[in-house]
Design a protein around this ligand. Structure first.
Ligand code: ZN
Length: 120
């Protein structure tokens, strides 16, 4: 009998709470340049939007300050909202990529490594 496996009875249900707790913390770090498309601070009841909002990218957006603040309507409560308006979405992604590259002194290649593709 192979006892190897028995020596490490690590419980499988050791799920980390990290995700939950980090989501609760309101991180509003933002490196986006001011623009009339969005706000760069949480004002009133604006909602935070992570510019790159794929499952993995969402946390990266927060980490790197690639977030903007929008009214519900400009966010996801109307067809004009960034989640449905491709043109608006792309515009902001281009701004974000440029902001990322200049703020962190990164190349386009660096950006692709982190966010998967280039938008510029
Ligand atoms: Zn959003």
């Amino acid at each position: 009998m192979d006892t190897k496996n028995l020596m490490f009875p690590k419980p499988k249900d050791k799920k980390r709470n990290r995700k939950q707790s980090s989501e609760k913390i309101e991180k509003d770090f933002c490196i986006m340049p001011p623009n009339n498309l969005y706000e760069i601070k949480r004002i009133g009841n604006l909602k935070r939007h992570e510019v790159f909002f794929g499952s993995k990218q969402r946390q990266l957006s927060i980490k790197y300050g690639l977030v903007i603040f929008l009214t519900d309507e400009r966010h996801n409560m109307s067809d004009e909202g960034i989640h449905f308006n491709k043109e608006f979405d792309l515009k902001v992604k281009i701004i974000a990529q440029k902001a990322f590259m200049s703020y962190y002194h990164k190349t386009e290649e660096d950006f692709i490594k982190i966010f998967g593709k280039s938008y510029i």
